[in-house]
Write a protein that binds this ligand. Sequence first.
Ligand SMILES: *Cc1c(COP(=O)(O)O)cnc(C)c1O
Length: 460
Amino acid sequence: MTHGSADLSALLPADLPQRRLLRTPVPGPRSRALADRRSAAVAAGVASTLPVYVERAGGGVLVDVDGNSFIDLASGIAVTSVGNASPAVAAAVAAQATAFTHTCFMVAPYEGYVAVCEALGRLTPGDHAKRTVLVNSGAEAVENAVKIARRATGRDAVVVLDHAYHGRTNLTMAMTAKAMPYKTGFGPFAGEVYRVPASYPLREPAPLTGAEAAARATSVIEKQVGADRVACVVVEPVLGEGGFIVPAPGFLPALARWCAENGVLLVADEVQTGFARTGAMFACEHDGVVPDLVAMAKGIAGGLPLGAVTGRAELMDAVHAGGLGGTFGGNPLACAAALATIELYEQADLAAAARRIEERVVTRLRAVAVRAPQVAEVRGRGAMLAIELVRPGSLEPDAAEAARVARACAERGVLVLTCGTYGNVVRLLPPLVIPDALLDEGLDVLEEALLVGAPQAAPV
Ligand SMILES: *Cc1c(COP(=O)(O)O)cnc(C)c1O
């Protein structure tokens, strides 16, 4: 089914009403008390979007300690795509927790790890022979993809895109574009990382096809790095933290072609875009691109921490025994959760659910954009959708307006996130199982936030 609605209600926790309900101002008194404890105990460098403390969550709602029920249009940053506390995932984790919680796969292996690797080999793009390593996070997946690419090619240089986000570890900070808050004061950074222009259709000085944008990037590589020094080009098929930027059609295929012609590996960072989020199991599929290595995490395990790199068997197996791994990588609870989660993506066809969400949200937001002069663009893929906000009548980014809209939504019981190199993008990452009525109510609130209190067009 590609249109209309499918009944996904069986995938929601039965005992948690899927509704928006505010019992107190946001934040309420119990959340304010926890905020006081927090500031005396939690490092100030860890920031939170929502000022409330969660007591329960399920499907598409977060319930705070004051009894307020929020519509969740964030999924913990594209993680709980199968819904929070998905009953199938919770049951799989509970069963695994009573069997065993940890052995370390490098010490005493178990079937769950193998089964997750089998599933990822089957689901990632391309029908070549594949191998997989499991890790703990998205940053660790990206780091391992770079290690594997360097070992397999014998080359050092890593090429990344402008607006990229790859994580907060030392190597992935170097690969990430934005200084504040991710890099400022945290250097020196890992070497041999080179940044080239991405395709950002809204902000090109002149219209550029995808092939032209790719040629702009590869000519920088050839002139400033040398193609024969490059181990890999790492790309997010839709730039995530950088602003949900969908490249011009043809950009990724042209980049992939250049990589293949130059012995450079194409690494897809599908940490945010993977697992049905964009309306396909992996976002590369929209462009018909088959990466050599795929880094995954976020949506992989229904909320449990797990990352993975899946790639061509001969590249993955170029690494010597003991060169990959980690104490917790592929933890049995995370593997049990991943197997249950992957089964939901496939059996409930949640990629189709993401496409239905896209149709519903984009139709709605494009209609709002006509009346909201600060909206420069509504864009995204599947259930990875965003609006970029500017000073009316210009392309000047308006981060304050994005923050205002997000805050106004939160105060009215709807969680949305911001992102973007310029901080001026409001993004939506609803759980793919969100009931239509709940999504529509969330959009009502977002619409009002955009239309009421927005900056007016400057007088001419
Ligand atoms: C979130 C993210 C990462 C980092 O993942 P963590 O699990 O936070 O380390 C890497 N790449 C992309 C594209 C991401 O969205």
